[in-house]
Design a protein around this ligand. Sequence first.
Ligand code: HOC
Length: 379
Amino acid sequence: MAKPVSDLRDAARRRLPRLLFDYIDGGSYDEITLRRNIDDLRAIALRQRVMTDISVLSMATTLFGQPMSMPLALAPVGFAGMYARRGEVQAARAAHAAGVPFCLSTLSICGLEEVVESSGGPVWFQLYMVRDRGFCKQLIERAKAAGSPVLLLTVDLPIAGARYRDLRSGMSGPGGAKGACMRAWQGMTHPRWLWDVRLRGGPHRFGNIPPQVIGEGGLGAFAGWIKNNFDPTVTWKDLDWVRSHWDGPIVVKGLLDPADARAALAAGADGIVVSNHGGRQLDGVPSGIAALPAMLDEVGGRVPVLMDGGIRSGLDILRVLATGAQGCLVGKAWAYALGAAGGQGVSEMLATFKAELEVAMSLTGCTDLGKAGRELLVL
Ligand code: HOC
């Protein structure tokens, strides 16, 4: 049944403890960029056309050697294994069933091997550069051994943006007895989640980050671990280092400026994702869709350009493709869906996106998404 993302968001808000809902839903500082992502996309008017033969629609594509039923991948989302029991496995199964790639976050609850084995399909892996290159190398080697076809290198988090909602909700503060009571209360007042995820969900620690790396504080240690271990010295030279350990495509995620797109290409990126990290890093920067045209001009078709930020419907997917990107990532939307109804929710969301995309293609007279361009927009 068609379920718009707004319904899934409402259901996730009801089902999840506040700290988890706010973690998915929130952005940094005043959340200006978070809102821009949605508003700027919706402000793009599609150009309706009629009396065209739209009996056969083609939306399948291939990106980085990966066949996809539509030009969409599930973006890396941290902690997804807390939104539903073994959440990343459920989401990856739903993605595979719908024929779209699933990208696992470094900060996932389920480890890469578990997700690959239990979902029965290839899983893209997202990497953060941490100071300990030995640990980075281990992650890359695990991704290779698990058969990950694509490495997504996130480069816009050498330092974390302040997420005030997380500080208020209990996700990254307050500490001590007050924080512990808040978190326990939120669990007790969401008994379905408590039973399904917390009590029956197996170990809740990061599946890709062993305790000897993050410390025995487990999930609660994440903000401190990120602060102390994400590497602020990273430059484009480090892409060479990643390349020396990884043979497959490297897609660089988190670029907004054409000068950085140029640098990424010079450093050998096989693709880029235009992204402001879902409005979760530097508040006040442009939306992904506003940044996209200049990025496309700079790249000039040399590598695929993907975009994320604010995509909540199949109509949004068409807006992004018509603007010129080759594909998009969705993060928040699938996290809401997972929080609302587990893997079934993610399947419903993907089915809804596909159905919406079909209607949007049909009523703009676009029969082949691969040929979508600015003629589909009222500019
Ligand atoms: C202090 C929080 O990509 C996200 C993830 C991980 C970043 C954690 C930093 O939530 O945007």
